[in-house]
Design a protein. Sequence first.
Length: 110
Amino acid sequence: MMKKIAFILLHIGYWALYIFLLLIFERFMRLDLGRRQQDFHLISHSAKLIFASAVVPAVICFYSFYVFLFSMFLAKRKIIALFISGILIAVICAIAGELTLYSIFPDNAV
């Protein structure tokens, strides 16, 4: 039972810190916009951009590593296979982020 609670708290902590860092990044973007002109459309555009390019690939990559790669390669100490698979998963996640961007911004207005 304690292991399950630690597991859940680890995931909650990881994603809380990740969202916190994204909020800091987004806040700096707002400050930059505030100097020029407060434009809600531009802020909502940047929030969608952050979601598509950062959150979606991060979720896919984190849980792909956690669920598949660690159990398949790290537990068996196949470090080179883990490294190569990790690069492949990271590339796939980047492509997923790009596809998400194109689905949110179909006119290529990124």
